[in-house]
Write a new protein. Structure first.
Length: 305
């Protein structure tokens, strides 16, 4: 069945609105807007999957220098409560990481105004398959693919990485002869569990929550969906190494400590770095942009060496 064109945008989460809000408690901050490094090139608005009349797109940033063995790839996933936000929000981070020797891509995905869970998961797994399908064009080392996500994007990144090879969440559209497996996860303030004592998701007492919109039903009606969408439900010996980068807002990383205990038991490498005074959208702003970039690069260097 043909998919509809993009639904009207929910613009409640933008870099500007997040900045105005964060400025009240963090008066010294600024929006991180470093120039695009001269050592990289960009290909914008690349269609990675077409669903009926709907073209899903991403932007790619990659080093100009040729390298025989190729570069690791990183897919960036934006936040916004699965309902708002857009892929431009992490272009600066993607560009700066590309300059450190990575092929990076910022992808759009269907939000809850357009399609309910697990459509976003299917889309992003298709984006990873697209990266492998285009490995020759962008010099990608297909054995080294990571996902990086902020907030709702962090939740999605962790879920993608912990469901490598899970047919329930794979989707059936676009580049299906290629793998959607990832070899590393960077979760920036994304929840690991929706049904969990630490979780703030799904409280509909003051209006429908972002997660309830996304799942299309409250957690009391479809708990199996809410459980399935939490990376904590899928930790196994096959889970890739994971980097947790966190703000001072505890509920944004619900389930993290339980997950790190499971990773320890399975001897899976992980790191956690927290910015104690940082607001939730910290990776968008100075002074946290650069340390977020540096923690990401150091982790990936360690994992992909």
């Amino acid at each position: 069945m043909a998919q509809q064109a993009p639904a009207p945008r929910d613009t409640s989460f933008t870099v500007h609105s997040a900045f105005v809000k964060a400025l009240k408690t963090n008066p010294g901050i600024s929006i991180a807007r470093p120039p695009m490094p001269a050592t990289i090139q960009a290909r914008l608005n690349q269609t990675y999957c077409t669903l009926g009349s709907r073209a899903l797109q991403l932007d790619v940033f990659y080093p100009k220098a040729r390298r025989k063995r190729g570069y690791p790839a990183v897919l960036f996933i934006h936040g916004g409560g699965w309902r708002s936000g857009d892929r431009s929000q992490h272009v600066a981070m993607a560009q700066q990481l590309a300059a450190k020797g990575y092929v990076t891509a910022t992808a759009e995905y269907r939000l809850s105004t357009e399609a309910l869970y697990p459509a976003a998961v299917h889309d992003l797994k298709a984006a990873i398959r697209w990266l492998r399908a285009n490995a020759a064009t962008y010099q990608i080392d297909t054995a080294k693919v990571a996902v990086w996500g902020f907030s709702a994007g962090g939740q999605l990144a962790a879920l993608l990485g912990t469901t490598n090879g899970d047919p329930q969440l794979e989707g059936t559209a676009c580049h299906t002869s290629h793998s959607s497996r990832v070899q590393a996860i960077v979760d920036v303030d994304g929840t690991l569990a929706f049904i969990h004592p630490e979780s703030g998701e799904g409280n509909d007492s003051k209006g429908t929550s972002a997660a309830t919109y996304w799942f299309g039903a409250p957690k009391t009606e479809k708990p199996e969906l809410w459980l399935q969408a939490g990376a904590l439900s899928h930790v196994s010996a096959q889970t890739p190494p994971i980097l947790f980068l966190n703000s001072s807002v505890a509920r944004m990383h619900a389930g993290r400590d339980d997950m790190t205990r499971q990773l320890d038991a399975l001897h899976i490498y992980h790191e956690t770095h927290a910015f104690p005074d940082a607001p939730h959208p910290f990776p968008l702003f100075n002074p946290w942009f650069e340390p977020t970039l540096n923690y990401t690069a150091a982790f990936l260097q360690r994992v992909f060496k």
